[in-house]
Design a protein around this ligand. Structure first.
Ligand code: EPU
Length: 348
């Protein structure tokens, strides 16, 4: 029988994080089939010690080494598990590359994930920070999340409500030691309800010569890909983890006072009517950080929210730059920024 897992001691993680910073783990556990988890979590190393579940490594910053075991799920299956000809449930294993899933669903005539095209990372990581872009969050399409509970060694199926999703947040992010996400089920549709409101999306479709009245989901994905390729550096070329800071959410009154003082500040609706979301990119841009570089740690020239590694930056150098950016935004606007990626080996 072929083994469904592999253990690597003192493993290098440099190639497993999209910042491309150096880091190590005392033990890397590569698992190709989630069915191996109950057996693996019988061992004290995985059951009791610190654990980091690693997807594509596109939403974390190694400011130091991983403390305990690092688990990487490589399971790769995608299938349609229910289909009434109109609506379908697609199940994808945690190890599937996110963008490959988006293309697979569109290739099968299923809409819902088109605005989330080209986001780096894996399917298993998507619900953890409730990935979002161009007016869609992944929670809008999540039917259920399959997750292995460490303490009970049981597989649970959580519906979207149980996942407690919020902007770039979920139960899995708030309780990182509790579950390992093993697969996600998505509710998709053959008759799309397309979301075309996000600034720039309609213009991009128009520039592609596409009539908004008859646009297809695959064309929306194409427009999103074009915008992302223009604005966001490709992690394969320039190390980064997408947006480094979350857009801050403030009480509506505070946001309005700020906007009165800074009329150009982009302000969006928060989770409800009492809150507003501010553009962190704009705040950082105003403080003059766009394109800034300290050695190999820098801010992308194309987008103020993206921190980059120009080659040999360490995670600590990137974190140090991030702290100085946040301090300057705090000083000038009185707004606290919080990192979006998980910071390993240091406190924010
Ligand atoms: N802006 C600037 N300077 C810049 C870039 C943007 O002032 O350098 C201002 C512009 O006014 C623009 C506004 O910021 O209108 C918003 O910019 P953008 O549309 O790029 O969106 P964002 O709020 O910066 C968020 C997500 C991105 C997602 C885009 C598109 C967060 C933290 N980030 O960025 O997600 O792709 O919207 O929907 O919510 C990620 O999470 O890693 C990520 C890339």
């Amino acid at each position: 029988m072929t083994s469904t897992y592999r253990l690597i001691e003192n493993a290098r993680l440099d190639g497993r994080n999209t910042f491309g910073v150096p880091a190590r783990a005392p033990m890397l556990v590569e698992v190709s089939d989630a069915a191996a988890l109950p057996e693996l979590f019988g061992y004290a190393l995985l059951r009791d010690g610190p654990l980091l579940v690693l997807g594509g490594g596109s939403n974390l910053l190694f400011a130091g080494d991983a403390e305990g075991a690092v688990l990487a799920l490589g399971s790769q299956k995608i299938s349609i598990i229910e289909d009434d000809g109109e609506h379908a449930i697609v199940r994808a294993d945690a190890g599937v590359e996110w963008h490959a899933l988006v293309l697979w669903t569109l290739g099968h005539g299923l809409a819902g994930l088109e605005n989330l095209a080209l986001i780096p990372g894996t399917v298993g990581a998507a619900p953890i920070q409730n990935i979002g872009a161009y007016g869609t969050e992944v929670r809008d399409c999540i039917h259920r999340v399959e997750a292995f509970e460490r303490s009970s060694r049981e597989l649970h199926r959580l519906d979207a409500t149980a996942c407690a999703f919020a902007y770039r947040d979920s139960l899995f992010k708030r309780e990182p030691d509790r579950y390992v996400v093993t697969a996600v089920e998505f509710a998709l549709s053959r008759t799309p309800t397309l979301k075309l409101d996000y600034a720039g999306l309609g213009d991009e479709l128009a520039a592609m010569g596409i009539d908004i009245g008859s646009v297809r989901a695959s064309q929306v994905a194409e427009a999103v890909i074009r915008i992302r390729q223009r604005k966001l550096p490709d992690p394969a070329v320039l190390g980064n983890a997408g947006s480094f800071f979350k857009n801050p959410i403030l009480p509506a009154a505070q946001a309005e006072t700020l906007q009165a003082a800074h009329p150009k500040l982009p302000v969006f609706r928060g989770n409800d009517d009492t809150t507003r979301k501010l553009s962190a990119a704009w705040l950082i841009d105003q403080c003059g950080w766009k394109g800034h570089r300290d050695g190999d740690a820098g801010v992308a020239a194309s987008h103020a929210l993206v921190l980059v590694n120009h080659g040999h930056a360490t995670g600590m150098q990137i974190l140090d730059l991030a702290r100085r950016i946040a301090a300057s935004v705090q000083e000038r606007f009185g707004v606290a920024l919080e990192p979006e990626p998980r910071v390993i080996g240091a406190q924010w």
